[in-house]
Design a protein around this ligand. Structure first.
Ligand SMILES: [Zn+2]
Ligand SMILES: [Zn+2]
Length: 297
């Protein structure tokens, strides 16, 4: 009965049921709760009422592993998403049975406004789904994104940088460039061993995006290179692979005397995010000291 009233957005009925002590998180056979239903259908008032009730579980998962946030993002229920995100207790990176986070759902459905909001609130931009696809793989497979609440200024910059026409501002490639500028890893390979760039069919476009993607780690070929070697100054490996003791540069074969971490390019960009993220990034950048490697003669 509770589910039925939630489904129909019968606010008063829901209120009465709650005031009579009805369980606030009852589940049906699919594991769906009233909050799931209200989020799916975008019933903002009912969602507000449920969220204000003691004992509401905002991160409850149904049998498919979906949280109310997954449902609201999928249905592009902007008002409901804002209400959920206002709850300090909402978790942004819960994966459903297909390993999709709400951010991955937002990208695969072409909802750029929600994608932007989730990134700004600190959702993991490098989460991958059950097939190893990151948000960049999913963006490449999305032909057109919708413009609702989309970060048009940033998209415009990306579009100009790629030398594309304005009518391509909401294309998957421009969205991918935007996601990369927010820290998404262009070198991550999915389970089929494809990087997001491998999914671009147009060779010219691929080349253009390649020039913007940061250099790849020459050892694992799966991450951004952030460690350079001295004295030749070639950028060679990611942080993890920087532990491999190289005697010679992988590019020019000059002897390596020492190595140093280069600040990741997006530190500045990412400071549009929460203060906590900025502080973390600052600490991380202070810790990027240099270390010597002894080269035997
Ligand atoms: Zn590596
Ligand atoms: Zn070199």
């Amino acid at each position: 009965m509770f589910l039925f009233f939630t489904l129909r957005d019968h606010l008063q009925a829901v209120e009465i049921l709650l005031s009579r002590g009805s369980e606030v998180n009852p589940r049906n056979k699919d594991g769906l709760t009233p909050l799931h239903w209200a989020c799916t259908w975008g019933h903002t008032h009912t969602v507000g009422l449920l969220l204000g009730h003691n004992g509401i579980d905002v991160n409850v998962v149904d049998n498919a592993g979906d949280t109310p946030l997954h449902e609201a993002v999928r249905g592009q229920r902007n008002g409901v998403v804002s209400l959920l995100l206002n709850q300090g207790s909402v978790q942004l990176d819960i994966k459903n049975k297909k390993k999709m986070t709400p951010l991955l759902e937002a990208v695969s459905r072409g909802h750029l406004g929600m994608t932007h909001l989730l990134i700004a609130l600190g959702a993991n931009i490098n989460a991958v789904d059950g097939e190893g696809n990151s948000c960049l793989h999913l963006a490449m497979e999305t032909e057109v994104f919708n413009s609702e609440d989309a970060p048009m200024d940033l998209l415009n910059e990306c579009c100009t940088a790629l030398n594309l026409k304005k009518d391509e501002m909401l294309s998957g490639v421009v969205a991918a460039k935007y996601l990369a500028s927010q820290g998404a890893n262009f070198h991550h390979r999915n389970n089929k061993y494809n990087t997001p760039l491998d999914l671009i069919k147009d060779p010219n476009l691929r080349k253009k995006l390649e020039t913007f993607s940061p250099p790849q780690c020459l050892l694992c070929r799966n991450k951004e290179a952030t460690t350079k070697v001295h004295p030749c100054e070639h950028l060679l490996t990611c942080e993890e692979c920087s532990k491999v003791p190289l005697k010679r540069c992988l590019r020019c074969l000059k002897p390596v005397t020492s190595r140093g971490r280069v600040e990741a390019r997006k530190f500045e960009d990412r400071c549009v995010q929460t203060e906590a993220t900025c502080q973390e990034l600052e600490v991380a950048s202070q810790e990027t000291g240099e270390y010597k490697i002894i080269v035997p003669n």
